[in-house]
Design a protein around this ligand. Structure first.
Ligand SMILES: [Cu+2]
Length: 263
């Protein structure tokens, strides 16, 4: 009789342990913490002379999650997955950032995003995403080599409408909704960094493990009405998965996030 009670108690304890384990795993797998409020940055005058309040966001894209940031020290659950993150004004690595891929901006506002792209790249599945779409002027400002040590452009800044479809590191693609409100669709290709430099940095050529000269892309778009959008990357960068659309491509907090337009 006693043995039976202990047996039943043991089963209950194992059950509790399993449930606690699943809870911890789900919490860790969510990996999508916090919301970053864009920084107010004066006003922006559009081509038609209309003036908008302006906000800014600085983002970095990395070949792995080892930078820490919103994934936690050491890169969290998946240190080898490619990831977006918050960056400093000159592409600085923000290892202590608590949020990374969820952004909030006001409605009817000019949003200027700068992305420092530290990863290598390859060919898009669809050339559509090699073009800049939905930004002010249909263009972006592009620097092929930005020196993060000198905090200066190492190659001239140009205005682009597209990049070669076989030189794409990642894309920032913000999807609209079909609810008839004032809408947004923005997609900007981010050029790859030099393959050999990315590899050498990972092998220890730089202190951070990331290239000193990422590519830099800046673009501005005007938000419409309030709403919650999602953004993602349209370059197949989920290495080691079917069609490379798993892992980092199918988890929030890496190659996708929320984009909230709210006053
Ligand atoms: Cu990507």
């Amino acid at each position: 009789m006693e043995r039976k009670v202990f047996g039943a108690l043991g089963t209950v304890i194992i059950g509790i342990a399993v449930i606690a384990g699943i809870g911890t795993y789900v919490a860790a797998a969510k990996n999508d913490p916090g919301i970053t409020q864009a920084t107010p940055a004066g006003s922006f005058t559009a081509e038609d002379g209309k003036s908008y309040p302006q906000v800014k966001l600085n983002l970095n894209v990395y070949p792995n999650s080892g930078f820490g940031g919103h994934h936690g020290a050491g890169g969290g659950a998946h240190p080898d997955w490619v990831s977006y993150a918050l960056g400093g004004p000159n592409g600085e690595i923000l290892a202590d950032a608590k949020s990374g891929t969820n952004f909030q901006v006001p409605p009817h506002t000019a949003v200027t995003i700068t992305v420092y792209q530290y990863d290598s790249g390859e060919t898009l599945n669809n050339d559509f995403f090699a073009y800049v779409r939905g930004t002010v002027g249909g263009t972006a400002k592009f620097v092929k080599s930005y020196d993060t040590k000198a905090k200066a452009n190492a190659s001239p800044e140009t205005v682009i409408t597209n990049i070669p479809a076989d030189m794409v590191g990642h894309t920032f693609t913000l999807h609209g909704m079909s609810d008839g409100k004032d809408q947004l669709f923005v997609s900007v290709p981010l050029m790859m960094s030099i393959d050999e430099e990315v590899g050498a940095a990972e092998e220890g050529a730089t202190e951070s493990g990331y290239v000193q000269n990422p590519t830099k892309t800046t673009f501005t778009f005007i938000t419409g009405d309030e709403g919650e959008y999602v953004w993602n990357c349209e370059f197949p960068c989920g290495d080691g998965t079917i069609a490379r659309f798993g892992n980092a491509m199918s988890a929030m907090g890496y190659m996708s996030g929320h984009f909230i337009v709210k006053a």
